[in-house]
Design a protein around this ligand. Structure first.
Ligand SMILES: *Cc1c(COP(=O)(O)O)cnc(C)c1O
Length: 365
């Protein structure tokens, strides 16, 4: 039986009544842009993310842009981020006017190496964007200590880490602001694009909300030049319908990860994802390393198991950053990982039988 990489259709079928009612409500109430559904989701997500303010926006990429603009990033500023992420994290640094400075990941967790951050700081550094990649929190104690010492802001990119915790504390509550994506495949996903930026700073929240709505919260009163980055009512209603299930879905992902860990960790050449002490991993992705990754992916694919590589080229080596002429030796872990990582099927509804099939195929390989 084929094993899909993710199964959004199955998730929908399980809560079809709730989703269909949510969509029907938005149409009935003509609440397509802003309105009560968006306000309700912002309140509900702020509570779930354990922050006081949630500013919804069009997607997780805009969330990064809004946060940096509100923190008044300017040309000449340098912002430090990880070499291993989705391009948004880096490209929004550039679009907000600053210069992106990449740091290598640590040897085991795919998250930014705090020692590399220290080494990358210059008098022009203004902030750090750690990414809780694949759903595992970055080393926030070390990162916050560096930020305090050098008076830098921190924006946590939580796009893959809804409900993950570091030493018991929710991700997204450490820095000045944190950004979320609700892209359909994320742990909490809309049925289209959606995103949010969260913070405990009321003034910063207001500034970000204004930027997202053409510079004003009151119609025709533009206090600055902003952009149009709205969450639409339909997506908000869908997200509100899904949010009460998120904790259970997260637990199901964590249980599935345990099954993979137990089945895969004795297999030669397979490196299962390592979780650092006191971090809860929410397994947006279950990503292993293997020295013959491409052959393994082909073997799984030929046998009906879908996999993905997140991401095949680490950020410093993308054509988009050719201007920096970065070399593999500068980012040894990220460079090694881009050739070895493989994300296996992972979703809340995955069955034991599907996982056993994946494990057996990896063992045979
Ligand atoms: C998905 C993602 C984003 C961007 O979110 P979009 O909603 O697709 O714009 C940013 N950072 C990371 C780490 C992501 O995984």
């Amino acid at each position: 039986m084929p094993v899909p990489y993710a199964d959004l259709q199955l998730q929908y079928q399980n809560i079809k009544g709730e989703i269909d009612a949510a969509i029907a409500g938005v149409i009935r109430d003509n609440a397509f842009i802003r309105g009560s559904y968006v306000d309700a989701f912002e309140r509900e997500f702020a509570a779930a993310a354990e922050v006081s303010h949630c500013v919804s926006c069009a997607n997780g990429t805009d969330a990064l842009y809004l946060a940096m603009r509100a923190l008044k990033v300017k040309p000449g500023d340098e912002v430090i981020t990880t070499a291993h992420s989705w391009i948004s994290t880096a490209s929004m640094i550039t679009h907000s006017g600053a210069t992106v400075v990449f740091c290598d990941t640590d040897d085991a967790t795919f998250t930014i190496d705090p020692a590399a951050i220290e080494a990358a700081i210059t008098p022009r550094t203004v902030g750090i964007i750690p990414v809780h990649l694949y759903g595992q929190p970055a080393d926030m104690d070390a990162i916050m200590a560096i930020a305090q010492k050098h008076k830098l802001w921190v924006i946590e990119d939580c796009a893959q880490a809804h409900l993950a915790r570091y030493k018991g504390r929710m991700v997204g509550t450490f820095g000045e602001a944190a950004t979320y994506s609700f892209y359909p495949g994320k742990n909490l996903g809309a049925m289209g694009d959606a995103g949010a930026v969260v913070t405990n700073d009321a003034a910063l929240a207001e500034h970000m909300a204004m930027l997202a709505r053409h510079g004003g919260l009151v119609k025709h009163q533009h206090r600055m030049e902003g952009i149009n980055s709205r969450l639409d009512g339909m997506q908000a209603a869908i997200l509100s319908a899904k949010l009460p299930h998120l904790a259970d879905w997260t637990e199901a992902r964590q249980e599935a990860a345990k099954v993979y860990d137990a089945g895969l960790n004795q297999i030669e050449d397979v490196v299962v994802p390592e979780v650092a002490p006191a971090r809860s991993h929410v397994y947006h992705l279950y990503t292993i390393r293997h020295p013959r990754r491409d052959a393994l992916a082909a073997h799984l694919g030929a046998n009906g198991v879908q996999t993905a590589i997140n991401y095949p080229t680490a950020l410093p080596f993308l054509a988009a950053y050719a201007r920096f002429a970065h070399q593999p030796e500068q980012f040894p872990n990220a460079h090694r990982d881009q050739g070895q990582i493989l994300s296996l099927p992972m979703f809340a509804e995955i069955t034991r039988q599907q996982q056993d099939e994946v494990i057996e195929l990896v063992r045979k390989f």
